[in-house]
Write a protein that binds this ligand. Structure first.
Ligand code: SF4
Length: 321
């Protein structure tokens, strides 16, 4: 006689997973491999996901942390979705490397905003996380000292702005929407004349995924964010779930990382995925639950996404030719 499996309601957040910037970056590497053949060099993880990086490695992509690791070559060198400092572009030009820039257009938008503020004589305050590749790339758009990084309310309180009437702010694209709103409000209170972006810098994908998590967080016993620990937007999704009332919110890179004991008494489970996590990782987790539990799956959708970014120009021109 087979034992009856206990029931589990799964609420699947939508939108979840890949955003338009990640799709474009991965497509860029795959298209470059198809056009030019391996190897294709990629500076930094093209997106923050181990599964994606490993599968591109198997196809012939070589990931490097620094351009100095790349020998003299005519092979393409691709810059990741997070963007790069101007010094990296200059170094690549000096070495006459054939570069393809897969920086997400929504990150490029922040770079251009920072440049415009600088040209207007403003000191730029960047709200972001120190050490994240996107923050390094954004700070590297301007000369050293032209951008001041703030990570917390405490940073804003102790900020020593050289000319308080001539400031602007930009933000990392993958912040917590609520945290960023609080920090922007604090900046405006301290520096009433501070200039800001015309449209939010936090991207549509970050905003939509956080909204979907907020919708379900209180209605479930636990929530899984499928994503890598170094993925900023995935980390924020876990935090948003906790702050919205979910007692157990876990970031799970892969089905093998699940602590099954932790989910033994869960009756309602929500699942989402960071913008760099492929859907196959979500499917594998649902299948693993289905082997242990009698599951029903309901999709909870809070927004429709139809954003699409064309491939970097170098690849579009080559494909057209
Ligand atoms: S998370 Fe947002 S900014 Fe980052 S790649 Fe995706 S769309 Fe672009």
């Amino acid at each position: 006689m087979t034992a009856t499996k206990p029931h589990l309601d799964i609420l699947l957040c939508a939108p979840r997973g890949f955003c338009a910037g990640v799709v474009r970056a991965i497509d860029a590497v795959e298209r470059a491999l198809a056009i030019y053949g391996p190897p294709v060099y990629v500076r930094h993880e093209i997106v923050h996901n181990r599964y994606v990086v490993e599968s591109l490695k198997r196809k012939g992509a070589i990931f490097v942390d620094d351009l100095s690791e790349i020998p003299a070559t005519t092979a393409p060198v691709i810059f990741s979705a997070h963007g790069v400092a101007k010094s990296v572009l200059e170094e690549a030009a000096r070495r006459a490397l054939f570069t393809i820039d897969a920086t997400c257009p929504l990150v490029t938008k922040v770079h251009r905003e920072a440049e415009i503020h600088y040209k207007r004589g403003r000191v730029v305050i960047l709200i972001g996380h120190s050490g994240h590749p996107e923050v390094i790339g954004t700070m590297g758009q301007l000369p050293q000292g032209a951008i001041l990084l703030v990570e917390s309310m405490a940073d804003i309180e102790r900020l020593d702005a050289p000319d308080p009437d001539n400031l602007a702010y930009v933000t990392q694209t993958t912040l917590s929407v609520d945290d960023a709103a609080d920090m922007v409000a604090a900046l405006k209170q301290r520096f009433p004349k501070i200039a800001g972006p015309h449209r939010e810098d936090i991207c549509y994908a970050t905003t939509n995924r956080q909204e979907a998590v907020k919708r379900v967080a209180r209605d479930v016993d636990a929530l899984i964010v499928v994503g890598s620990p170094n993925s900023s937007n995935s980390q924020r999704l876990r935090e948003v779930a906790e702050r919205s009332g979910c007692k157990t919110a876990r970031l799970i890179p892969h089905v093998r990382d699940i602590d099954w004991d932790e989910f033994a008494n869960v009756r309602r489970l929500a699942i989402t995925a960071g913008a760099s996590a492929p859907e196959i990782l979500v499917d594998e987790i649902i299948q693993a639950f289905a082997r242990r539990r009698d599951i029903s799956v309901e999709t909870i959708s809070t927004a429709d996404e139809s954003v699409f970014f064309p491939l970097p120009r170098a690849l579009r021109d080559e494909a057209a030719a």
